[in-house]
Write a new protein. Structure first.
Length: 441
């Protein structure tokens, strides 16, 4: 029994918004801004950080807002703008408030459409929320050093990009003088720029791949600006240092040769994992590829009335893509709330990524569902491929092929038109006939 239902514990205050949005990043704020004018009750956004805005708050460089706001902003300016838009639209955005767990729902569903309840803790203590619909927009994070199973000492000076940028941009803390950056994706170069601004030289970037994952223009420009060498086909195998990092040991993946690189700071970048704890705790089916909730093209999860959006679904794409997910999901949430007895969708077939793709999102096809956000499917590749041909298979045969206009590369989401999956495959999508797969020819 949860504390709210226990007779010997204090009764918690209860909020009954129409919609609860968990996470005040670009996806959650954009969903709230689109929903607030359209639903009769309150749209409540809960954000655990002191300010809303999500990851862009920490990212003090330009590159935000192109697709959703049609302008280029710095991360913090973009975060402020989305927060203001959600509040102006009428959403109740509360910060320093974490949704901690699912509570036992009222036995009769409280007379409302969905029998969910959650607990949150904020500046005024713990409270209970009984919403009519829920949007999970909790984002993604980079896997820390421990999760990457890197051996060695446990000294200070080891960060992810998110931790580094939070320390530098939000708390103005010093970092070291000589760093190794693990990864060479766009986010890795963002980490390198942050280090440079903080007065820390990047001695080396380390990439598992034979060439830099970031697009050539970005990598060439950043290399010229930062003068940073990249060790390709290599990985960090050991961190050395008693109190503070003193060096890392790196290994060449093909020869096994090892060398020691002196440094006082290590930044582990990329290698994203969705912040999926709440989804898992609700028993929502997860996509084995993304490790986020499995959703259909309307961004419905496997639990009725619970939707998901943003990097929780596709770790990790750009902020404007997450924001446009938020706008897309708002249509479905509003439609659900307008219908007193919404019919629950049934059936559908899995859309599954075939190697070299690790995942495709959304991962569930249902006849009659809308096109996915922006009319695009998102894919993540573990390998480089040039002159690639996308191949869609269903029921043991090729049902569509599509020549990709640019190279497939790891470390960056590949976005392809939804129309690559033929309507005939969606119409006949039936779990009994197996999944629809999408790979390369
Ligand atoms: C270093 C770096 C550089 C980047 N550069 C760019 C760029 O130049 N351009 C660009 O477009 N994108 C960039 N991105 C990507 C961009 O930041 C993300 O795509 C975007 O933030 C995703 O939005 P989101 O809303 O899905 O998730 P997030 O921004 O991660 O927001 C999720 C929010 O949910 C909150 N939350 C999680 N769990 C709970 C809970 N239980 N209770 C309450 N709150 C919770 C979190 O605190 C967070 O604020 C960059 C990312 C990084 C890390």
């Amino acid at each position: 029994m949860s504390p709210a239902e226990s007779s010997d514990l204090p009764v918690l205050p209860v909020l009954t918004p129409d919609v609860l949005v968990v996470g005040g990043g670009p996806a959650g704020l954009s969903a709230a801004a689109a929903l607030a004018p359209r639903v009769p009750g309150r749209v409540l956004v809960l954000e655990r950080e002191p300010e809303a805005g999500g990851m862009p708050r920490h990212s003090d460089h330009t590159g935000y807002g192109l697709r959703d706001l049609r302008r280029l902003l710095t991360g913090p300016a973009y975060a402020r703008r989305l927060t203001a838009a959600a509040r102006t639209a009428g959403a109740d955005v509360r910060t320093r408030t974490t949704v901690t767990d699912w509570a036992e729902a009222p036995a009769d569903g409280g007379g409302r459409e969905i029998p969910y309840a959650l607990h949150a803790t904020g500046p005024d203590g713990r409270f209970r929320i009984e919403p009519r619909a829920i949007v999970l927009a909790t984002g993604a994070r980079e896997r820390p050093r421990a999760a990457r199973l890197v051996a060695g000492d446990r000294p200070a000076g080891v960060h992810t990009t998110g931790e580094l940028q939070r320390a530098v941009h939000l708390h103005h803390r010093p970092v070291g003088g000589r760093a190794v950056v693990v990864g060479a994706e766009p986010v890795s170069w963002s980490a390198a720029l942050t280090l440079r601004r903080a007065g820390c030289r990047v001695a080396l970037m380390v990439s598992r791949h034979a060439r830099t994952e970031a697009p050539a223009a970005l990598a060439v420009g950043a290399t010229a600006l930062l003068g940073t060498p990249v060790a390709h086909r290599a990985r960090v195998v050991r961190v050395i240092g008693r109190r503070r990092v003193e060096a890392v040991e790196i290994e060449h993946l093909d020869t096994g040769a090892r060398r020691t690189v002196p440094c006082d700071t290590v930044v582990f970048t990329g290698d994203w994992i969705p912040d999926h704890e709440l989804a898992r705790a609700a028993g929502i089916e997860l996509d084995p590829g993304t490790l986020g909730p499995l959703v259909d093209t309307a961004l419905r999860t496997s639990r009725p009335g619970i939707f998901a959006a943003g990097n929780l679904l596709h770790p990790a794409d750009t902020a404007d893509v997450a924001a446009l997910d938020g706008r897309h999901v708002a249509d479905r949430v509003a439609a659900r709330l307008a219908d007193p007895r919404p019919a629950e969708p049934a059936g559908g077939a899995r859309l599954i990524a075939a190697p070299p793709f690790r995942w495709v999102a959304p991962g569930l096809l249902r006849p009659g569902d809308p096109a996915p956000p922006r009319g695009r499917l998102l894919l993540w590749s573990d390998e480089f491929r040039t002159a690639a041909r996308l191949v869609v298979r269903h029921d043991g045969r090729i049902v569509a092929e599509h020549r990709l206009p640019r190279a497939v590369r790891p470390g960056r989401v590949l976005s392809v038109p939804w129309s690559v999956v033929p309507q005939s495959a969606i119409r006949t999508a039936d779990p009994a006939r197996g999944p629809v797969t999408i790979g390369l020819g």
